[in-house]
Design a binder for this molecule. Structure first.
Ligand SMILES: Cc1cc2nc3c(=O)[nH]c(=O)nc-3n(C[C@H](O)[C@H](O)[C@H](O)COP(=O)(O)OP(=O)(O)OC[C@H]3O[C@@H](n4cnc5c(N)ncnc54)[C@H](O)[C@@H]3O)c2cc1C
Ligand SMILES: NC(=O)c1ccc[n+]([C@@H]2O[C@H](COP(=O)([O-])OP(=O)(O)OC[C@H]3O[C@@H](n4cnc5c(N)ncnc54)[C@H](OP(=O)(O)O)[C@@H]3O)[C@@H](O)[C@H]2O)c1
Length: 430
C-alpha cells in the first residue's frame, strides 16, 4: 500500500519535506501539504522582505514541488482548529509538523505593552500583507523610531522604514501599506544592539545593503565601533569593517538618518498612554554575560519595534518544550508516526536553505520507521465537518488576481491581496 504523509505547514520546511519524501520514498508515496492560510510558502511570502525579490524567487522552486503529481496543497486548514492530531493520524500513515515560529519573543521590561511598542513579527506581517494584520494597523507618525535587536529581521525592518515609497513601488507590498509608508513621518531610526559589533547577528550582505539606501545617512559612533581583539571569523570581520567605515564618515544630510548603536540594553519603555521614549542602559560583558554599567540614555522615540527573535507556539496535542520552545524529537521523530521539521524543530534560526537538510534528516528517520496506520481519508473527514479546503488551483487564482492588481496599479509583477475576504473573492469556483 502507498505511504501517505500529511505535512502540516507549507513554508520552506514543509515543502522541502514533501520534496524529500518524493525523492526518497517509494514512487507511490502521496503527500498532502496542509496550510492554515489560503496561500503557500510560509515566511517566503510573509517574512522575506518585499524588496528582496531574488530571495523571494525561491517560491518558484517551491512551486515546482507543489506541482509534483505525488504532492497536493490543502490550504485553509488549521491543525488544532479544523482537524486534530488524532484525526490526522487516522487519515495518514505519518504526520510531519512544520508550523514554524510565528510569535515574538518578549524582552520583559516595563512599558513593553504600551501602544507604539510593537513586535517585529506584527510589523513584518503588516508590510508583507499577512491576513492576520490589517493594512491600517500602523501609522508611521513618529519622527523617531527605535528598533531593538541587531539580527537580519531588524535590518529588514530598518531598511523598509528608511526606503522611500518609490524604492518600494515595484515590490509586492500591499497598496494600502505602500500609501502609509509614503506618508511616513519617520526621520530618525535607531537600531539598538545590547552587545558589540562583533556580536551582531546580521550577515555582511544584509548590513552592506543598509549603506546603499539612498534616502538615509547611516551613522555609527566611533566609540561604539571599537572592537578589542582581532581574531574573528570572516563574516564578523566584514561586519566590523563596514561598521568602522561608517563610523569614519559624516552624514551628508539625507532625508532620513539611521543610527546603528551598540552596547545599550533597553530597560524601560516610557509613556503614559503610548510610547514617548525608550530608556537604555550602557552595557559591558562580564564572564560573557551582558551587564549594565549604571549609565543611562533616553531616546525620544514614539515607536519601539522589538526585533529580538521569533518563537514557536505549541500545537494542540503535540509535545512541546517550554524550555526550548520547540517540539522535542530525535532526528525528527516526535512519537510513533509523528515527526517535525524546520523552525518548530530547531528554533527560529537559519536561512531558507537550512530547512532543506533539516527536512531531509526528518524524512530519512520517517522512511526508516516505515510508519503505517491510516483508516480513512482527509477529504471525507473535512467534508463531514463542512470544511472546504483551498486547493492549488484556487491559489493560482489568487496569484493571477495579484498579478492583475499589479497591472491595474502599474506596479511590478504582483501586488499582494490582503485579507481572507479579498483572497476568497479571487477564487473563481467559490
Ligand atoms: C522576517 C523574516 C525574514 C526572513 N528573510 C529571510 C531571507 O531573506 N532569506 C533567508 O534565507 N531566510 C529568511 N528568513 C528565514 C526563513 O524564512 C526561515 O528559515 C524559514 O521560513 C523557516 O521555515 P519553516 O517552514 O520552518 O517556517 P515558516 O516559513 O514559518 O512556515 C510555517 C507555515 O506553517 C503554517 N502554519 C502555522 N501553524 C499552522 C497550523 N496550526 N496549521 C496549519 N498550518 C500552520 C504557517 O502559516 C506557515 O505557512 C526570514 C525569516 C523571517 C522571520
Ligand atoms: N536576509 C536574510 O538572510 C534573513 C533575513 C531575515 C531573517 N533571517 C534569518 O532568520 C533568523 C531570525 O532572525 P532574527 O533577526 O529574528 O533573530 P536573531 O538573528 O536571533 O537576532 C535577534 C537579535 O535580538 C537581540 N536580542 C534578543 N533578546 C534581546 C533582548 N531581550 N534585548 C535586546 N536585544 C535582544 C539579539 O541579541 P543577542 O545576540 O545579544 O542575543 C540579536 O541581536 C536568523 O537566522 C536570520 O539570519 C535571514
Amino acid at each position: 500500500m502507498a505511504l501517505t504523509v500529511a505535512v502540516v505547514g507549507s513554508g520552506p520546511a514543509g515543502i522541502y519535506t514533501a520534496e524529500a519524501l518524493v525523492k526518497l520514498a517509494p514512487p507511490d508515496v502521496q503527500v498532502d501539504v496542509l496550510e492554515r492560510l489560503p496561500t503557500p510558502y510560509g515566511l517566503v511570502r510573509y517574512g522575506v522582505a518585499p524588496d528582496h525579490t531574488s530571495i523571494k524567487s525561491i517560491a518558484n522552486y517551491l512551486r515546482n514541488v507543489l506541482e509534483l503529481p505525488q504532492v497536493r496543497f490543502v490550504g485553509g486548514v488549521t491543525l488544532g482548529v479544523d482537524v486534530s492530531v488524532e484525526e490526522l493520524l487516522t487519515c495518514y500513515d505519518a504526520v510531519v509538523y512544520c508550523t514554524g515560529a510565528m510569535v515574538d519573543r518578549r524582552m520583559g521590561i516595563p512599558g513593553e505593552d504600551l501602544p507604539g511598542s510593537v513586535a517585529a513579527t506584527d510589523f513584518v506581517n503588516w508590510y508583507c500583507g499577512h491576513p492576520d494584520v490589517s493594512p491600517d494597523r500602523f501609522t508611521l507618525d513618529s519622527p523617531e523610531v527605535a528598533v531593538i535587536g541587531v539580527g537580519n529581521v531588524a535590518v529588514d525592518v530598518v531598511r523598509i522604514l528608511a526606503k522611500t515609497h518609490d524604492d518600494l513601488r515595484g515590490t509586492d507590498i500591499p497598496h494600502d501599506v505602500l500609501e502609509r509608508l509614503e506618508s511616513s513621518q519617520v526621520k530618525a531610526i535607531h537600531m539598538i544592539g545590547r552587545r558589540g559589533p562583533e556580536h551582531a547577528k546580521f550577515t555582511l550582505k544584509e548590513l552592506r545593503e543598509l549603506g546603499e539606501v539612498a534616502n538615509a545617512d547611516v551613522c555609527v559612533r566611533p566609540e561604539e565601533a571599537v572592537v578589542l581583539g582581532g581574531d574573528f571569523p570572516r563574516q564578523v570581520r566584514g561586519n566590523i569593517d563596514v561598521l568602522q567605515s561608517w563610523a569614519a564618515r559624516a552624514p551628508v544630510g539625507r532625508p532620513r538618518r539611521l543610527d546603528v548603536r551598540f552596547w545599550l540594553r533597553p530597560v524601560e519603555i516610557l509613556g503614559t498612554d503610548r510610547v514617548e521614549a525608550l530608556r537604555l542602559e550602557r552595557t559591558h560583558l562580564v564572564d560573557g554575560r551582558v551587564v549594565g554599567t549604571g549609565e543611562y540614555e533616553t531616546l525620544p522615540v514614539g515607536m519601539v519595534l522589538r526585533s529580538v527573535g521569533y518563537q514557536s507556539v505549541p500545537l494542540p496535542g503535540v509535545p512541546f518544550s517550554t524550555e526550548t520552545m520547540t517540539v522535542p524529537h530525535v532526528a525528527g521523530r516526535v512519537r510513533e508516526r509523528e515527526y517535525v521539521a524546520g523552525w518548530l524543530k530547531r528554533g527560529p534560526t537559519g536561512v531558507i536553505g537550512t530547512n532543506k537538510s533539516d527536512a531531509a534528516e526528518t524524512v530519512r528517520t520517517l522512511l526508516a520507521d516505515a510508519p503505517s496506520g491510516r483508516s480513512t481519508d482527509l477529504d471525507t473527514l473535512l467534508a463531514s465537518k463542512g470544511v472546504r479546503p483551498v486547493v492549488y488551483d484556487d491559489w493560482l487564482d489568487i496569484e493571477a488576481a495579484e498579478a492583475e492588481l499589479a497591472r491595474s496599479l502599474e506596479r511590478g509583477e504582483r501586488v499582494k491581496l490582503v485579507g481572507l475576504d479579498a483572497m476568497n473573492a479571487a477564487i473563481r469556483n467559490r
